[in-house]
Design a protein around this ligand. Sequence first.
Ligand code: FES
Ligand code: FE2
Length: 320
Amino acid sequence: MHNKSFSEIVESLKSQGYKTSLVEIERYGDFCPEDVDWNDKDVPHLNIVHTKVEGIQTVISEKIMNSIYFQKLPYLGFKIPLIVNSYEYAKFNNIYYTTYGPFILVINSISELVSKNKTKNIVTIAIASKSFFKIFHPLIKKLLIKNNNLLMREDFPMRERRGVLRKNNHSFFSKSKTYSYSNSTDIYRANIFLEKGSDLPISINKEELINADNEQILGNKVGIYSFFINIDNYKNKKLWPTTCVHEGAPLNKNCIEKDLLLCPWHKRKNLPLIQIDSSNKIHIFKHVDYAIKEDENFIKIKYRNNPNYYDEKTHTFLEY
Ligand code: FES
Ligand SMILES: [Fe+2]
């Protein structure tokens, strides 16, 4: 079976009598092509992170996804339904297409590493229509650029966050060479891991923990061994992770709802690691991803650091 490339689709449309116009948007960012590929194929963030579009994903397989999107139109303000097909044509080369009245839109996102942790992403959009509808192409072009800028305002921080974590010795697991739409829906995997050499457990001084202020960071500055303190209404101090172990989202006190921390990217529910009550009694929570041990002066924290673990059927708490 042969999937069509972007240029093959455009040529096929031309042979059907369609007139086409191309728009090219080039962007650079401090992250890897893998991060764009992940973000392009990440199913659950669409309805959570994006404010101008929501969708019903009808077919989600490894490299193909079909969806019904409801897209808010720039300038006009109302939402229109769009049937969108998305697929991976080649490594770091993803294609989407849809129709909008008499217009066909074909979008191609290609990413390439230009230097360490720096990526060029080119989004090319073909607008195709027949006869006099071509006169509307400049207007559609304007709408598409505006829409793409709005989408990227929400996607770029996700990509850049992963770039920051990569700079701090973190990597991200993918079951296959490139990301898959279907794997992105399993939000209870811990896909982030520390590179060899920086994966040792860390210790936090108990005195420091007990005397920590609200929002104080403990452990490392960045990443899965970085934690923050939140003091609740009952004066209980809780230690929370600053990084979601699923795909690396930044976590802070604004993500806390009741006694849970809701990840801003995919709404995974996270538990605190430790609670210290008003009489300084330490309570340690059990986790699948973290193991915590208390000795006389220190709290020791170990991260599982093994994304393959989640391929096993049942998950158990990590023991120190
Ligand atoms: S990054 Fe996916 S749920 Fe947090
Ligand atoms: Fe997105």
